[in-house]
Design a binder for this molecule. Structure first.
Ligand SMILES: NC(=O)C1=CN([C@@H]2O[C@H](COP(=O)(O)OP(=O)(O)OC[C@H]3O[C@@H](n4cnc5c(N)ncnc54)[C@H](OP(=O)(O)O)[C@@H]3O)[C@@H](O)[C@H]2O)C=CC1
Ligand SMILES: O=C(CO)[C@H](O)[C@H](O)COP(=O)(O)O
Length: 473
């Protein structure tokens, strides 16, 4: 039997689908999983691709099955399991072989792993993969971190298995070291904001207008035909249309309002803060998931404060729907502006030179946040460099047209007591960003009052202190 071209460890949801994708594109693949039963099940279900797959019982057998120099993908749960697999691989691989961590690693772990493997003769790649189960099987978006030379060695396989946007592969080198995992992390941070803002609009329609899930689903399906066209809007429509086989009720009504999270959203926020870049919509989305998990406290608080007014909307429904669509679009623009600003800052901080137009391009297909919008965004970034997405001419025009709706939606929701934290944060960011004369003059005065921190004057350069206490109060 001929040797495999590539290996993969971890046959869970992502690993098994990625392995089948690789096999289908004509690359013979050796696979290993900690629990052997899963490897057997995978091989048994590989169907016509069975001949392209080499199931291995041990990590030694995996190494033996691959033609050197051996590329091996690790697709396990992130964190310690990755370090454990690297330690095992170090025992069985040899100089020239490549270890590729394709899970959702924290880029700081990736940077540590690069450092630990330096001088070992092994090459390391940190690679973000997005698209979930379906993407892994038929074409994900792939964000690679590593040297140009190591990327070139695995490029053919990655381009073959990646999603294609009008024929263009959605896989690319994001920069050296942790750049690939950083970009994937911010992808997920934006995904959190996108999802939270969609959920807030759903909340307005459910609790403010009193619509049933199917009715709301139809609205999302309609919006998916327009400027909001995206995978997340598409699946939201489908989710809202589904019924629970057990009760016959809308499935979404039977799901506990407690959202999980595995870390990438939180890391996006931590890194944004570390870099000094405001990412308020992403922060609000992470906080909303945390609040969602505090269910008992929320129920107690509802008792203490009473429920918000529901189904009170009596205005023009068509006008409201038009506003909601544009509000979501405006929120989306602000959230993406924040995510790209974080990547830009990280790129400078770590000297990665992340190609932002390429990031937008490889997110146009395959990944969870894929959308028509990313096509427009890619075009905006391909032109003259702008300080922030909000300053790209096409986005200035779009935001001018959309922010009044965001304002009206937030005002109405706040009045009705309906939570819209991500949408409000997006608007707050926009309003602060475009305010030429802000209110931080007062903050500076306060800081100088209590801590003698000094301030700058509007009429001459230098550092000054105030005449505090000289007033009549
Ligand atoms: N699901 C998704 O939509 C996406 C997930 N990811 C990322 O991909 C990675 C894999 O996720 P997913 O496939 O969903 O996870 P699954 O839970 O489906 O599979 C986890 C895999 O990790 C293995 N594993 C867990 N712990 C260990 C360990 N200590 N040692 C060795 N192997 C271990 C499991 O082996 P065993 O069978 O023995 O338990 C299994 O193969 C994660 O980093 C995830 O964040 C990235 C993009 C999308
Ligand atoms: O990477 C992904 C999508 O892009 C994974 O589905 C990830 O698990 C999503 O994050 P979380 O579980 O925190 O919602």
């Amino acid at each position: 039997m001929s040797k495999a071209e590539i290996g993969l460890i971890g046959l869970g949801t992502m690993g098994s689908n990625l392995a089948l994708n690789i096999a289908e594109k004509g690359h013979r693949i050796a696979v290993y999983n900690r629990t052997m039963a899963r490897t057997e099940e995978f091989a048994a279900n590989a169907g016509p691709l069975r001949d392209m797959v080499v199931p291995c019982e041990t990590i030694e057998a995996l190494a033996e099955a691959i033609e050197p120099p051996r590329p091996v993908i690790i697709m396990t749960v992130a964190g310690t399991p990755v370090d454990e697999q690297i330690a095992l691989l170090r025992r069985v691989l040899s100089a020239g072989d490549i270890i590729i961590d394709a899970g959702n690693a924290n880029f700081r772990d990736t940077m540590r792993r690069f450092a630990e493997l330096e001088g070992s003769g092994l090459t390391f790649i940190g690679m973000g993969v997005s698209g979930g189960e379906e993407g892994a099987r038929h074409g994900p978006s792939i964000m690679v971190g590593g040297t140009e030379q190591s990327y070139r060695r695995i490029e053919k396989v990655l381009l073959d298995i990646s999603a294609k946007y009008h024929g263009e592969p959605c896989a690319a080198l994001m920069g050296p070291n942790g750049a690939g995992h950083f970009v994937k992390t911010i992808h997920n941070g934006i995904e959190y904001a996108d999802m939270q803002m969609i959920a807030e609009i759903y909340g307005i329609l459910r609790d403010g207008v009193g619509m049933a899930p199917k009715e709301i689903g139809e609205i999302f399906a309609r919006w998916n035909e327009g400027r909001l066209n995206s995978y997340l809007i598409e699946i939201t429509a489908k989710v809202l249309a589904a019924d629970d086989p057990k009760t016959g009720r809308p499935m979404v009504d039977m799901i506990l309002d407690r959202a999980g999270q595995k870390g990438t959203g939180k890391w996006s926020v931590i890194e944004a803060q570390m870099l000094g870049v405001p990412a308020t919509a992403i922060e609000a989305a992470v906080a909303a998931r945390v609040l969602s998990s505090m269910r008992d406290e929320r129920l107690a608080a509802e008792k203490a404060y009473g429920t918000q007014t529901t189904n009170q909307f009596t205005g023009d429904r068509q006008a409201l729907l038009a506003d909601l669509e544009l509000a979501l679009f405006a929120g989306k623009i602000a959230a993406y502006a924040q995510g790209f600003a974080v990547m830009d800052a990280a790129s400078r901080e770590f000297s990665w030179d992340i190609p932002l137009p390429t990031v937008a391009k490889i997110w146009r297909a395959g990944c969870i946040i894929r959308s028509q919008f990313l096509g427009t965004l890619a075009e905006a970034f391909t032109g003259e460099k702008v300080a922030n997405l909000l300053m790209a001419p096409a986005f200035v025009e779009m935001m001018k047209g959309a922010h009044p709706s965001l304002r009206r939606v937030i005002a109405g929701a706040s009045e009705a007591g309906l939570p819209v934290p991500a949408l409000s944060s997006a608007l707050g960011y926009f309003d602060l960003y475009r305010q030429g004369r802000g209110t931080s003059n007062l903050l500076q005065a306060q800081r100088d009052f209590f801590g003698a921190h000094g301030f700058e004057r509007v009429d001459e350069p230098g550092a000054f202190h105030g005449p505090w206490g000289s007033g009549s109060l």
